[in-house]
Design a protein around this ligand. Sequence first.
Ligand SMILES: C[S@@+](CC[C@H](N)C(=O)[O-])C[C@H]1O[C@@H](n2cnc3c(N)ncnc32)[C@H](O)[C@@H]1O
Length: 220
Amino acid sequence: MVDLGFGAAPWTAVELADRLGRVRSDVRVVGVEIDPARVEVAAPFARDGLTFRTGGFEVPLDGADATVIRAMNVLRQYDESEVPEVWARLVSRIEPGGIVIDGTSNEVGRIASWVTLTTDGPSTFTISLRLADLERPGIVEERLPKALIHRNTPGERIHALLGELDRQWSYSAGFSAFGEQQRWLQTVSALKTSGWPVTGDRRRWRLGELTVPWASVAPA
Ligand SMILES: C[S@@+](CC[C@H](N)C(=O)[O-])C[C@H]1O[C@@H](n2cnc3c(N)ncnc32)[C@H](O)[C@@H]1O
C-alpha cells in the first residue's frame, strides 16, 4: 500500500499502517514523497511494516508492484492535461487486481471524492461526505479530482450528477427528522431510481458515500 505524496506530516501513512495492520498483519505501507525534507520529517515514524522514501510517479518499490496506490491531493497541483499520463504511470506500477486512488479532499477530509483506476483504466468515481452539518452534497464540486474539477459545467456528466444529487437532497429534506444519514440514504436511492448507475449498497451509502462507474461521469 503506497501513500503517494503523504505531505508535510506522515499521519495518513501512520494511520493506514495502524488500521490495515489490524486486518492484515503482513501489510506493508510505504509513504512516498517527492520532497526529501518531508521524508526526513517522516523517518522517525518508520517501523515494521511502515517505511518512507523519496520518489514520484515512478513509485520506487525496489522492483515490486503496489497493491494500492493512494494519491490524495497530489494531482490537484498538476495541469488537467497531465492527468492521463500520470494515471498511466501510476497504473503501470500496480499489480494485477490492484488499484490506484486519485482523490481530492478538504483539509480535514470531510468533503472528498476520488477516482479508482485498475489495469483496465478508470473504474469508479466516489463522493464521500460527512453528513452532519452538510448543507448540500454538491459542495463536493470544490473538491473534485483534477480530471473533473474543470468539467463541472453544463453539458458535462459530472455537472448533471451533482445537479441531480442536490435536487434529490432537497426533495429528501423531510427525512432529516430521522437524521441526516436517513436523508442521504433516501437521496442515493432516489438518484438510483432516477436512472443513475449507483453501485454499492446501504452499508457504504450509510457512510456518506456514493459511487458510480467512471463512464457515467467521464468528461464528454
Ligand atoms: C497537498 S499535499 C497533500 C498531502 C496529503 N496527501 C494530504 O492529502 O493531505 C501534496 C503533496 O504531494 C507531494 N507531491 C507532489 N507531486 C508529487 C509526486 N509526483 N510524487 C510524490 N509526491 C508528490 C507534495 O510534495 C506534497 O507534499
